[in-house]
Design a protein around this ligand. Structure first.
Ligand code: ADP
Length: 425
């Protein structure tokens, strides 16, 4: 299964897990809210009982409404009952609010024997599921009525009320969850899109380099014919054409290989060989080139033979690229050194120049594909910024590493280390 698919699976599991945890938190929160509500109700009930325990205006009015004694007021008993309902309602409302309960409620004042004395001005529908809190009113009212008087508080649909109270938690967590999903989907989409772009770019490079290869090949053949049949006095010029065509061929191969290396389809076949002849050949080429292009070149090789388990053509190309850069990025009077030695079971190939150097902040970036330093007099030097990314890729495929030491204005030194082969890998 592809890595991408794993990422998606892990992401989906994480989101589901997160949603589940949120749900559990919500349940815990709801339970806590219920416990808290019950505590508030208990306090409110205590307050209400206390408020109605003694004789006062309200308890007297309510008592009169229950006992229907007419002698105290110049009003019909219905009016007295009506007034009691409203006053009692106001009283309950105040006690509930003071104790932090702000939800819709209703009440019934009744006796043990299903007699209803008073009802709240507002009552719920018959089929509503109600949460009921009945409690006995002791003291004055009980004494006056001569029977138990029970006040029942009623609430409806408390879950909604609790959820509303928890909104401060649920809504932000939902928003964050949606935001996470949105961002991850966006990142995955752009990753996918980017991969498409890379593939298209690579295909484009492939096509382009194939188109370039044919004419370069023809020029190569024509040069060889000229070399064989041409006049002696033109030999030097033809020699330059030949070297440059070879370099061009190499560049094209490099681009092509980089594209395929990245796709992971490169036919990367390592073999066990002595790499010394390749190094000598490279040094020879540069010795010749240094005479034509007028730069100084030194080759120093401390190893007799160096067995590597590597892809020799690619590795040679990579070192060639470093030498090429050393010449390219020097201000005219280039001094290029190719030094080879072995160290800690590694073959160390060092390419140094006395060129323009590379600023510390650029030293990592230049190994990235298409990266070029665009300042100073480097504009004059043509390139595509693929040389060093190619070097890095090839060296890594050969299980080695490449490092750089450079001082702007003084020069650079690129070091390639490849494990030596001792016959057991
Ligand atoms: P290109 O040479 O095509 O631009 P490279 O990947 O080979 O691409 O190099 C990337 C950048 O690193 C170059 O643009 C150049 O600025 C810098 N660079 C490479 N080698 C050297 C060097 N020997 N000395 C100074 N700068 C260098």
């Amino acid at each position: 299964m592809s890595v991408k698919r794993w990422y998606i699976i892990v992401f989906i599991i994480s989101v589901i897990g997160l949603a589940f945890i949120q749900y559990q938190y919500l349940r815990v929160g709801l339970n806590l809210a219920k416990v808290q509500f019950n505590q508030k109700i208990a306090l409110a009930i205590a307050d209400i009982r206390e408020g109605l325990a003694d004789r006062n205006d309200l308890s007297f009015l309510v008592g009169t409404a229950i006992t229907k004694e007419k002698q105290f007021f110049n009003l019909s008993i219905d009016s007295v009952q009506d007034a009691s309902r409203f006053f009692l309602n106001d009283f309950l409302n105040e006690k509930l609010t003071v104790n932090g309960i702000n939800t819709e409620y209703s009440y019934v004042l009744k006796g043990r024997d299903t007699i209803t004395y008073l009802r709240a001005p507002f009552s719920f529908e018959e089929d509503d599921v109600l949460l009921k809190y009945p409690f006995e009113l002791t003291g004055y009212l009980e004494d006056r009525v001569g029977k138990d008087v029970i006040l029942e508080l009623q609430f409806k649909d408390l879950n909604q009320y609790f959820l509303f109270q928890l909104n401060g938690l649920t809504i932000p967590s939902l928003i964050f969850l949606v935001a996470i999903i949105f961002v991850v989907v966006w990142v995955l989409r752009s990753l996918y899109w980017q991969r498409n772009v890379i593939t298209t770019t690579n295909e484009f490079i492939n096509n382009l380099t194939h188109e370039l290869k044919t004419p370069v090949f023809s020029i190569g053949v024509a040069t060889r014919i000229l070399e064989e049949k041409g006049e002696e006095k033109n030999k030097e010029v033809i020699g330059i054409i030949r070297t440059q065509v070879d370099r061009l061929k190499l560049q094209i191969d490099k681009v092509l290989e980089l594209a395929t290396l990245e796709k992971g389809k490169a036919l990367f076949r390592r073999k066990k060989i002595d790499f010394r002849p390749n190094l000598d050949r490279l040094a020879n080429n540069y010795q010749e080139l240094s005479q034509i292009q007028h730069f100084r070149f030194h080759y120093k090789n401390d190893v007799e033979s160096c067995m590597l388990n590597c892809e020799p053509d690619l590795l040679e190309n990579a070192i060639n690229t470093l030498l090429d850069n050393a010449v390219k990025y020097s201000n005219g009077n280039a001094k290029v050194v190719l030094e080879v030695h072995s160290e800690k079971k590694m073959l160390v190939v060092e390419v140094s120049d006395n060129g323009i150097g590379i600023a510390p902040e650029e030293q990592q970036k230049i190994f990235e594909k298409y990266y070029r330093i665009s300042e100073g007099d480097r504009h004059e030097v043509k390139g595509f910024g693929i040389g060093l990314s190619y070097v890095k890729e090839v060296v890594q495929l050969n299980k080695g590493n490449v490092s750089l030491v450079s001082t702007p204005g003084e020069g650079s030194s690129f070091t390639v280390r490849i494990p030596l082969y001792y016959g057991k890998q």
